[in-house]
Design a protein around this ligand. Structure first.
Ligand SMILES: [Mg+2]
Length: 437
């Protein structure tokens, strides 16, 4: 089981990748993402529980004479061509001396929780993908961990083996896609790091089946086009992929280039959202007024976001019309944000598209999701001080508000909402007085 640690250090041959040596590209891709995956999880747990099974082909998945399927196979069993989802009867024919065990899901989930507890001692930014695999975002943790992320990855592997008695493989790269493909190649019991800028060289010779989301069927379709490796896939223009495969083709185009900006989302945060919505005094078609209300709600939501020290990846606009039909429209950013002006710009653009029909609006709402505790950012070399400047500005605003009340400082847009709302409240009070009179 103790294969040496693979370190991806292959230099590109002939034409060197320009991005590998380009400092701008390097600085823009400094995320450090790990994909940690336990090896042959169920089967490894069985071998750990009963050491006499170590080194033997072990198949988890019930009665070999019944009609079940293989849930997991140890690496010793995989040598016989056995893989998960294969009928157990077939597995038995391929390897008659294999040890078949029913498996204990209570034990697997207990070990799974311990696995994630271990990962969470390194960073709160852990995203669980299944019982035995997860992503970690170690960006900017070097000082905390007393060394670069690749050293931390090696420590994590040792710690898991020591604590759980089973092996993990880890892939490391600048995004989730690269980390995931790297861990697959590192298996079993290995570590593989793809340095920033090397993504495309790393992917080029790999078979297309390595890209998550390409199943046997999709692979077959691509093979028919003569495409076997990821490098060959990058030769197809975006239009052709879209024409043949639609949205999936579009995703393939970017994945084959190693591009993926999906953030690592910790469990609680990914489910959480911060929203503000309000039912209007009267159904309205008044665009400036509706935009003003949205601006005010965005400011309210963003203030809470910053108070909780969070950043949002996705903003969602909600509109309910006078006929009670409700729509939502979302936009996901490349970089997470907590600034009013960025969040509101997205909301107002969504509104411009969503509010095309001239139906009066009854309710407006804003919600922020994809929340993270750290800003998922790509360094902007041309404006290195911009984020700090905005941070200072919004910190100042938040301080003033906590002292003198939320409405002390408002965007020009929001002020209109307040004064219109005040007017509306005034009108309603006047009307109530009249009715009482
Ligand atoms: Mg696994």
């Amino acid at each position: 089981m103790n294969s040496p640690q693979n370190i991806f250090s292959r230099q590109p041959q002939g034409s060197r990748s320009p991005s590998a040596e380009d400092p701008v590209a390097r600085a823009a891709s400094t995320r450090e993402i790990l994909h940690v995956d336990l090896d042959a999880f169920f089967a490894s747990v069985e071998q750990m529980r009963d050491p006499s099974l170590k080194g033997k082909p072990v198949i988890v998945g019930g009665d070999p004479d019944g009609r079940g399927v293989v849930a997991a196979a140890s690496y010793e069993a995989r040598k016989f061509g056995i893989h998960s989802a294969m009928p157990t009867a077939r597995a038995k024919r391929l390897c008659p001396h294999a040890v078949f065990v029913r498996g204990s899901h209570a034990l697997y989930s207990e070990i799974s929780s311990r696995f994630f507890e271990i990962l969470e001692t390194y960073t709160p930014l852990v995203e669980a993908m299944s019982l035995d695999e997860g992503y970690l975002d170690l960006t900017g943790c070097a000082r905390l961990h007393g060394g670069p992320a690749e050293k931390t990855a090696v420590r994590i592997r040792h710690y898991i083996e020591q604590e759980l008695g089973i092996c993990a493989s880890i892939g490391m790269g600048t995004n989730k896609l690269i980390a995931k493909i790297a861990s697959g190649l590192a298996k079993p019991n290995g570590f593989l790091r793809v340095p920033p800028g090397e993504e495309r060289n790393f992917l080029k010779p790999q078979l297309i089946g390595r890209i998550p989301g390409i199943g046997p069927k999709g692979g077959e379709q691509l093979n028919r086009l003569g495409i076997k490796t990821i490098g060959q896939l990058t030769m197809l223009p975006l239009e052709e992929l879209e024409k043949n495969f639609g949205e999936w083709g579009r995703r393939l185009y970017f994945r084959s280039r190693g591009e993926c900006d999906s953030p690592v989302q910790a469990r609680e945060e990914s489910a959480k959202s911060i929203s503000r919505e309000t039912t209007l005094e009267e159904d309205s078609l008044d665009r400036p007024y509706l935009i003003a209300m949205l601006s005010y709600l965005t400011e309210k939501a963003a203030a809470q976001l910053r108070e909780e020290g969070l950043y949002a990846r996705t903003v969602t606009l909600k509109l309910r019309f006078s006929d009670f039909k409700t729509i939502t429209r979302s936009r996901t950013f490349k970089e997470s944000a907590s600034e009013d002006h960025i969040l509101f710009e997205a909301i107002s653009k969504l509104f411009a598209i969503a509010h095309m029909d001239r139906i009066p609006v009854r309710l407006v709402g804003v919600s922020l999701t994809g929340l993270t505790t750290e800003r998922q950012t790509q360094l902007d070399l041309f404006q290195p001080t911009a984020p700090e400047r905005w941070n200072r500005l919004y910190k100042g605003i938040d301080r003033l508000r906590s002292k003198y009340g939320f409405d002390t400082v408002l965007r020009a847009n929001s002020k209109l909402a307040r004064s219109t709302a005040d007017l509306a409240v005034g009108r309603r009070r006047a009307k109530n007085r009249q009715e009482r009179a």
